[in-house]
Design a protein around this ligand. Structure first.
Ligand SMILES: [Zn+2]
Length: 72
């Protein structure tokens, strides 16, 4: 099985832009992350929840791909 490391990106809930903090920025539960694109403030908990779900989906897809390849 060849599973690539997942790149989980935080995305703005309002405009889907990637949310980028400073390199040393650490977000905590309850924080608001201001989007650089639309200026809306995203609730960190919601953003993280969506990122986690996307990460799980990506992982499932990769596993399915590996299985398909293995049976070719
Ligand atoms: Zn935005």
């Amino acid at each position: 099985m060849d599973i690539k490391p997942l790149k989980i990106e935080l995305q703005c809930l309002f405009c889907d832009s990637a949310l980028t903090g400073k390199d040393d920025a650490k977000f905590e539960s309850g924080d608001l992350i201001k989007c650089a694109e639309c200026g809306e403030e995203n609730d960190f908990d919601s953003v993280l929840e969506i990122a986690k779900q996307k990460g799980l989906l990506q992982m499932k897809e990769q596993v399915l791909e590996s299985i398909k390849k293995a049976f070719k």
